[in-house]
Design a protein around this ligand. Structure first.
Ligand SMILES: [Zn+2]
Length: 382
């Protein structure tokens, strides 16, 4: 009997990338930053690229862009930061901006720039409130027009540093998010800017209606996926996961792959490479190339039925095709376990690649549907 699975994907998501100050400022009306005992440096971006390069993927760096403002444009958004109309970012303007931007621009296959926010929180009457996009405690969205201006500002600051185009993936700050409110909600707004993928913990997500699936929801073409608890504490330097990674998101924060001495960042990256590679070797898991790849695979993992019946494997897409439209790469991965390196053929599927991993007795096939038919067959050639 063929052992065939559509494995659960895994995408590395690092929150709070982009800060230059490492200080957790929440006790003095400033944002929760990364909370590490030093400032950030370009080598911290190189650490993300190194992780991605060694794993053959692009970790999502959820970007806070406020401290990249070289022209004090945030004075126009006085509730987006703690200084209001007196915003002054001069302290963080220097050659490190271009050095870090160059690292990101030169390594797009190993650094996915994702949207996180301007400065992470929201200032009401000068007082910091969690968090930027929604009130975390009530689930009430910040004013639509103001958030529209935040997204315009994010785009402007990206352009200042040649870091566009606008990201397709998003992680709301501090998990403050209200799903499903349509055009006038956050999904409608994000979709105008080309965002297609959101990750956030469902256990404290506010909802305007029920999601289509308990692990994901689709609203205005934006696919939102449940991010299960993060692997380690947000401020911990140089750590590795001590728990099983259950979901499709390896939820982490930037410090987790950094060293107190940035020249030793590789020492912090190495254990993550080993841990994530070990997960990728399992028959039931697969590391994703990026967020789009991960989310497409995850929906296939949850909604496509696989029925092996020698010498064929039949896929049933009925549940997948009943979903509202969302951005899909159209590709999905299957793994077959415990047999020699056979060949496959299909009239219904393009076989984009096949790798046989002898050490794990796994074959990994990347497939794409050729037709709109609800079922597809893959045949093993003996
Ligand atoms: Zn954050």
């Amino acid at each position: 009997m063929l052992n065939v699975v559509i494995p659960m994907p895994l995408q590395v998501v690092l929150d709070d990338v982009g800060w230059w100050s490492g200080e957790d400022g929440h006790a003095k009306n400033e944002p929760f930053r990364t909370g590490i005992p030093r400032g950030h440096v370009p080598a911290d971006y190189a650490a993300i690229v190194s992780l991605g390069r060694q794993l053959g993927m692009a970790p999502a760096g959820c970007f806070i862009i406020g401290e990249w403002d070289t022209k004090n444009l945030l004075r126009k958004l006085p509730r987006s930061q703690w200084m209001g109309e007196k915003w002054d970012n001069n302290r963080w303007v220097g050659p490190w901006l271009e050095e870090a931007a160059d690292i990101i621009r030169s390594n797009r296959d190993h650094f996915e720039l994702a949207l996180h926010g301007i400065t992470h929180e929201f200032w009401e009457n000068g007082k910091a409130s969690r968090a930027e996009w929604h009130d975390c405690y009530t689930g009430v969205m910040r004013p639509y027009d103001e958030l529209h201006a935040h997204l315009d500002m994010f785009a402007t600051l990206l352009d200042q540093h040649g870091l566009g185009p606008f990201p397709t993936s998003f992680c709301p700050c501090a998990g403050g998010f209200r799903w499903g409110a349509g055009e006038k909600g956050i999904d409608g707004l994000l979709s105008k800017f080309g965002v297609r993928y959101t990750n956030t913990p469902f256990h404290h997500m506010a909802r305007a209606r029920a999601t289509q699936h308990h692990r994901f929801g689709i609203d205005c073409g934006v696919l939102t996926v449940d991010r299960q608890p993060d692997l380690v504490s947000w401020f911990e330097l140089s750590t590795t996961p001590t728990v099983e990674v259950y979901g499709p998101i390896a939820g982490m924060h930037w410090p987790n792959i950094l060293h107190a001495d940035p020249s030793r960042n590789e020492e912090a990256v190495a254990p993550w490479v080993a841990a994530l590679r070990a997960i990728d070797r399992r028959v039931d898991r697969t590391l994703s190339r990026n967020t789009a790849d991960c989310f497409t695979q995850y929906v296939h993992h949850l909604c496509v039925r696989v029925a092996p019946a020698e010498p064929d494997v039949t896929f049933d897409f009925t549940e997948l095709d009943a979903l509202p439209p969302f951005a899909s790469t159209g590709e999905f991965t299957i793994k077959l376990h415990g047999f020699a390196a056979d060949r496959f053929t299909s009239e219904d599927l393009d076989i984009l690649s096949m790798q046989y991993k002898a050490a794990d007795s796994n074959a990994v096939l990347k497939l794409r549907r050729k037709t709109k038919s609800k079922t597809a067959k893959l045949t093993r050639i003996r």
